[in-house]
Design a binder for this molecule. Structure first.
Ligand SMILES: Nc1ncnc2c1ncn2[C@@H]1O[C@H](COP(=O)(O)OP(=O)(O)OP(=O)(O)O)[C@@H](O)[C@H]1O
Length: 440
C-alpha cells in the first residue's frame, strides 16, 4: 500500500488538443503542452521540388506526401512542447496521439508521457512512482491494457490508477454524481456519473467539438475571401516549403484564436424564446488581425458559431454540410442539451433528479460567454417542470483542467492509497486481468 504523505504521485491527462501533467496535491498541472509530436524530416532535393510544385498548384500530391511520410518514419526525433513546435519550422511533420478523443498512435502517446515525465524530473527515478492517468469514458478495455503496459513495462512505474476523466471532473467540483458535460477539442460529451461510477450505457458523445467549430470559423473566413497567411512578413507571402501537417496545425491555432476572441453563445428570452441579439459591441468589437496583417471584421454569423453546440441542425445562419448529418453519422453531431436529456431520460427514475441537479459543465469549449446560461435554458425547456436543472461551473481555468484537478485531489487522499494497482500485482495478474478487476 502507498501512503500519500510519503510518496509523491504523478497525475496525467492527455487531451486531443493539449496534455496536462503534474504532481498530485497541487492546484494546477505543472506542465501543459500541445498533444502533437514533431518529427524532423530530412528531405531530399526531389521531395522539396515536388512539394514546392504541390504548394504552387494548391493541390495535394499523394505521391509526394507518401514519400515525405516514409522519410519521416525513418528519421524521427520526437520534438515536443510549445517552445519547439510553436515557432516557424520548415522541417517538422506532426503526428497526433488522439483524433476525436480516440488514441490513433501509441508511439505518440509514449512520446508525450516521456516528455512529461522528463519535465517533471521523474525520468530517472520513475521506478516506484505512482501514476494516476485519466482515460475518456469511452476508452476501450484494450486502451486501458495498453496504458497499463506502457506504465509498467516501458516506464517502470511503481503503481497505477486508470480513472475515467468525467468522474475526475465531477470530483473536482466536489460531486460524485451528476452529468458531466465536457466540451473538448475533439468531441462534446454528456456522461452520467452515479456515486463515482460512469453509467457507460448512457454516455452521449458528439464529434461537434472545438476542432469542428474551428472548421466552421475557417469556412466563415473563406466566405469572406480571407486567407490565413502564416508567418508572412508581407501580406500574402507563403513560405516556400512547410510540411502539410505542420501548416495545418499552425493554421488551426489561428482559427482557434479567432474563435476564442470573437465568439460567444447568445442568450434566449425565457418568456418568448426569442434569441437575444448579439449587442453591437459584441459583433462589431472591431477587426481581427490575421498573422499577415489582413483585418477581418467579426459579424454576427461569426460570433454565433459556438451556438451550434447547443442547438440541433443549422444555427445562426451557419450551415452544417449534408455530410455532417447523413443518417449513418446522425449521432455524431448531436447537440449538448439533447445528449444530456437523452442520458437522463434513459436513467432510472430514482436518480434523474440528482443527475439534473448536478449538470457539470467543463472543458475548454465551455468557456464561451453565455454557455452555462444557454444550457440551463435549453435543458429547462426540455425536461418536465417537476425537475430542477442546476448547472455547475467552475472558473474557466478550472474548467480547462477539471479532470487533472480531480485526479490531483483523488490521488492525494489518504483513503485512496489502497486503490493503486502496484507493479507486483500487475506482474502477478497480467494486464488483462488487472485492468478487468481493478479499473472500471
Ligand atoms: N476561453 C475559451 N473560450 C472558448 N473556447 C476555448 C477557450 N479556451 C479553450 N477553448 C477551446 O477548448 C477546446 C480545448 O478544450 P480542452 O482543453 O478541454 O480539450 P482537450 O481535452 O484537449 O480535448 P478532448 O477533451 O476533446 O480530448 C479548444 O477547441 C479551444 O479552442
Amino acid at each position: 500500500m502507498y501512503c500519500g504523505d510519503e510518496v509523491f504521485s504523478v497525475v496525467g491527462d492527455l487531451g486531443t488538443q493539449s496534455s496536462r501533467f503534474g504532481y498530485a496535491g497541487e492546484d494546477l498541472p505543472k506542465v501543459v503542452f500541445p498533444s502533437a509530436i514533431g518529427n524532423v524530416v530530412h528531405r531530399t532535393g526531389s521531395e522539396e521540388d515536388g512539394d514546392r510544385k504541390k504548394k504552387s498548384t494548391g493541390g495535394a500530391s499523394s505521391d509526394v506526401e507518401g514519400a515525405v511520410v516514409a522519410k519521416t518514419k525513418a528519421n524521427t526525433s520526437g520534438t515536443l512542447g510549445e517552445a519547439n513546435i510553436g515557432i516557424r519550422r520548415t522541417d517538422l511533420e506532426l503526428s497526433f496521439p488522439l483524433i476525436n478523443g480516440h488514441v490513433q498512435d501509441w508511439d505518440a502517446v509514449e512520446c508525450i508521457w516521456a516528455h512529461a515525465f522528463e519535465q517533471l524530473s521523474v525520468k530517472e527515478g520513475a521506478k516506484g512512482v505512482p501514476y494516476m492517468y485519466a482515460l475518456p469514458a469511452w476508452a476501450s478495455r484494450a486502451e486501458s491494457q495498453k496504458s497499463a503496459e506502457l506504465a509498467f513495462e516501458r516506464f517502470d512505474l511503481g503503481a497505477l490508477y486508470l480513472a475515467r476523466s468525467p468522474m475526475l471532473s465531477a470530483f473536482s467540483t466536489g460531486r460524485s454524481s451528476g452529468v458531466v458535460c465536457d466540451c473538448g477539442a475533439g468531441s462534446t460529451s454528456a456522461v452520467p456519473i452515479l456515486d463515482g461510477y460512469v453509467l457507460n450505457q448512457l454516455v452521449g458523445r458528439s464529434e461537434r467539438g472545438g476542432d469542428w467549430l474551428d472548421g466552421k470559423v475557417g469556412e466563415w473566413l473563406e466566405s469572406r475571401k480571407a486567407k490565413i497567411g502564416l508567418f508572412g512578413f508581407e501580406r500574402g507571402t507563403i513560405p516556400e516549403y512547410m510540411p502539410t501537417t505542420y501548416w495545418r496545425f499552425q493554421e488551426q491555432r489561428v482559427l482557434r484564436d479567432v474563435k476564442e476572441s470573437c465568439c460567444l453563445i447568445p442568450q434566449v428570452d425565457s418568456d418568448d424564446g426569442a434569441v437575444f441579439d448579439i449587442e453591437e459591441n459584441d459583433a462589431e468589437k472591431g477587426a481581427y488581425e490575421l498573422p499577415d496583417g489582413t483585418r477581418v471584421k467579426a459579424d454576427k454569423t461569426l460570433c454565433r458559431i459556438p451556438e451550434l453546440l447547443m442547438v440541433r441542425g443549422d444555427g445562426a445562419g451557419c450551415s452544417i454540410s449534408p455530410a455532417d448529418v447523413s443518417p449513418s453519422r446522425e449521432g455524431a453531431f448531436h447537440d449538448l442539451p439533447s445528449m444530456v436529456y437523452t442520458a437522463v431520460e434513459k436513467a432510472d427514475v430514482d436518480v434523474r433528479k440528482e443527475l439534473l441537479g448536478n449538470v457539470i459543465l467543463t472543458g475548454g469549449g465551455s468557456c464561451f460567454r453565455g454557455s452555462s446560461e444557454r444550457l440551463q435554458y435549453e435543458l429547462t425547456e426540455k425536461v418536465p417542470v417537476a425537475y430542477k436543472v442546476k448547472i455547475v461551473t467552475a472558473t474557466p481555468l478550472e474548467r480547462r483542467f477539471s479532470a487533472w484537478i480531480g485526479g490531483s485531489i483523488l490521488a492525494s487522499l489518504g483513503s485512496f492509497q489502497q486503490l493503486w494497482l502496484s507493479k507486483a500485482e500487475y506482474e502477478e495478474m497480467g494486464a488483462e486481468l488487472a485492468c478487468k478487476k481493478r479499473f472500471h
